[in-house]
Design a protein around this ligand. Structure first.
Ligand SMILES: CC(=O)N[C@H]1[C@@H](OP(=O)(O)OP(=O)(O)OC[C@H]2O[C@@H](n3ccc(=O)[nH]c3=O)[C@H](O)[C@@H]2O)O[C@H](CO)[C@@H](O)[C@@H]1O[C@H](C)C(=O)N[C@@H](C)C(=O)N[C@H](CCC(=O)N[C@@H](CCC[C@@H](N)C(=O)O)C(=O)O)C(=O)O
Ligand SMILES: Nc1ncnc2c1ncn2[C@@H]1O[C@H](COP(=O)(O)OP(=O)(O)OP(=O)(O)O)[C@@H](O)[C@H]1O
Ligand SMILES: C[C@@H](N)C(=O)N[C@H](C)C(=O)O
Length: 471
């Protein structure tokens, strides 16, 4: 994490010290939550939806923070030294992070896309960290606040920073790429996430390609070649191709620069060969064809940094994904639960259903699907399409949670029949109904948007299983 003097921090974020006292005081780390103060940190008060961080600046200094930023329009700053005056604390946080990044000057690998950012970021890190000092986005800290915090938590000896860049409106990725100009930019795919804000998939593609426009000269764009919208947008006059930009297309189709030449699903995950690594079978401890595609993107980055095939194979085999991404869990009863509840959009919902319907299982296969949010005016249709996508010969029971996923249930019922489809609006009732139907040999998939918190149902089943191992 960043360690600098008070004087340096003020200069790096464009601030002004409120007093000249003890300018060489050491600052270690940056914190934006007064409830998580660490010794000698810089507290950055942010104005949010529910709180104004400035209300906690004095308390943060008293709790051990060495300094605090203070926005000039927030009234009188706390007394004493360690106060840095700025016009905008968020902008100052962002400037501090971009200045710090320039000083360390690691290679920057930036990852965006509608689905797979976190997974692919984890995969890229796993492939690089055998040969490089790598720092990666923690969890899903991928926005205008999370990215600066990720950079500021980086140590000075980092060689490669793998940064997740998220968006839900145009211009957001352009801002992130201006804070951390990539040497390599990865676009995993263009789905339907945040269609509500963007309006069309073409606008989503334009938003994702802001990461390419932010590339350093001679930078590498690694993008999903199965998505025609990306090349269409890059052909538009409005797209500013960075000087010397190189491109690499990955995907399932054989007209890509790399694609799977063979794929096999097994209990532990997937084994695949790729066009460029035809003689080498890689094992991925994850299910899902979509994760093979994510792995191909990670392979491109690893090859760009001359990682050996053996290191790649080892990195993939030791991969530890951020949780709730098609995470396989075993309840005390033996029930298999696929926890894919971090988020959902139609593309990722279909990918998860493919995993469930492709699994071998001696019991029932049960899909528990919740609402997909932020999809805009066609949201009901998107949910109906998921209902039509479920295959009654490959899925045994369908449970839905939320008003939008009732459209999944209604459409699915047309082919499953009413005795195999159950729609709920209440988690407790859903949990009780599941407990009545599940058996230890079953596999249950949980998937919904973040806002539905569907994992709470999975946890209830798991807790119940601890007390009643027969369920
Ligand atoms: C600002 C902040 O960090 N807020 C977090 C806070 O929210 P809460 O509403 O409770 O507080 P306020 O924001 O109003 O508080 C303002 C500040 O005051 C601090 N404070 C408060 C009380 C107190 O006693 N002392 C204090 O110091 C407070 O800490 C604030 O700094 O808590 C929530 C629950 O933990 C957090 O969720 C909330 O975090 C916000 C949402 C945030 O943006 N956090 C980033 C660090 C981040 O990266 N979060 C990611 C999710 C990012 C994301 O959604 N990405 C999208 C794509 C980008 C969309 C973009 N348009 C966007 O808006 O994000 C995606 O699809 O992936 C994460 O947490 O996973
Ligand atoms: N390439 C892909 N295609 C479709 N679905 C995917 C792909 N990669 C991951 N997923 C699924 O998308 C969901 C989110 O995965 P992940 O968190 O890696 O993506 P993300 O882009 O970071 O998501 P978010 O924007 O919601 O934070 C999970 O359900 C995961 O299984
Ligand atoms: C918070 C935002 N980035 C997001 O992921 N929204 C989903 C759709 C949700 O909150 O459920």
């Amino acid at each position: 994490m960043i360690t600098r003097t008070l004087r340096n921090i003020a200069a790096m974020c464009g601030g002004e010290l409120s007093s000249a006292y003890d300018m060489d005081k050491r600052i270690a780390g940056v914190v934006t939550d007064s409830r998580k103060i660490t010794p000698a940190c810089l507290f950055v008060p942010l104005v949010g939806e529910h709180f104004d961080g400035h209300d906690y600046s004095a308390a943060s200094l008293a709790a051990g923070a060495a300094a605090t930023l203070w926005q000039r329009d927030r009234g009188a700053a706390p007394a004493g030294d360690g106060v840095i005056l700025v016009d905008d604390t968020l902008a100052a946080l962002q400037k501090l992070s971009s200045t710090y990044l320039c000083q360390i000057a690691p290679q920057v690998v930036a990852v965006t896309g509608s689905n797979g950012k976190t997974t692919t970021k984890d995969m890229i890190t796993a492939l690089l960290e055998g040969q490089y000092k790598v720092h990666k986005t923690a969890g899903n800290f991928n926005n205008h606040i999370g990215l600066p915090l990720t950079i500021l938590s980086m140590s000075e000896d980092i060689q490669i920073a793998v940064l997740e860049m998220g968006m839900s409106s145009r211009g957001e990725i352009a801002l992130l790429a201006s804070l951390a100009p990539p040497d390599v930019a990865v676009i995993t795919n263009v789905g339907e996430s945040h269609l509500l804000q963007l309006g069309s998939r073409k606008e989503i593609a334009r938003a994702k390609l802001e990461i390419a426009e932010g590339l350093k000269p001679g930078g590498l764009l690694v993008y999903n070649g199965d998505e025609p919208l990306l090349s269409e947008v890059m052909a538009e006059p409005a797209f500013h191709t960075p000087e010397g930009m190189k491109g690499f297309r990955f995907g399932l189709n054989a007209d890509n620069d790399d694609y799977p030449s063979g794929m096999m699903t097994h209990i532990g995950g997937m084994t695949f060969t790729s066009h460029l690594y035809a003689q080498r079978a890689f094992t991925l401890p994850l299910p899902g064809r979509h994760n093979v595609v994510n792995a191909l993107a990670a392979l491109v980055v690893a090859r760009h940094y001359s990682v050996s095939e053996d290191s790649i194979a080892e990195g993939l085999s030791k991969l530890k994904l951020t949780g709730m991404r098609i995470e396989m869990m075993l309840a005390a009863s033996g029930l298999t639960m696929l926890n894919d509840a971090y988020n959902a959009s139609p593309t990722s919902m279909r990918a998860a259903i493919d995993v469930l319907q492709g699994m071998k299982c001696s019991g029932k296969k049960i899909a528990v699907l919740g609402d997909m949010l932020e999809l805009g005016p066609d949201e009901a249709l998107f949910h109906q399409e998921i209902g039509a996508y479920l295959d009654p010969s490959l899925t045994d029971l369908v449970f839905t949670y939320g008003p939008l996923s009732a459209h999944i249930a209604k459409k699915a019922e047309e082919r499953f029949g009413s005795e195999r489809v159950f729609a709920f609006m209440d988690k407790k009732e859903l949990t009780a109904a599941l407990l009545n139907r599940i058996d230890p040999k079953d596999v249950v998939l949980f998937k919904a948007s973040r806002g539905m918190r569907l994992e709470e149902v999975l946890h209830s089943l798991n807790e119940h299983s601890q007390t009643d191992p027969n369920k």
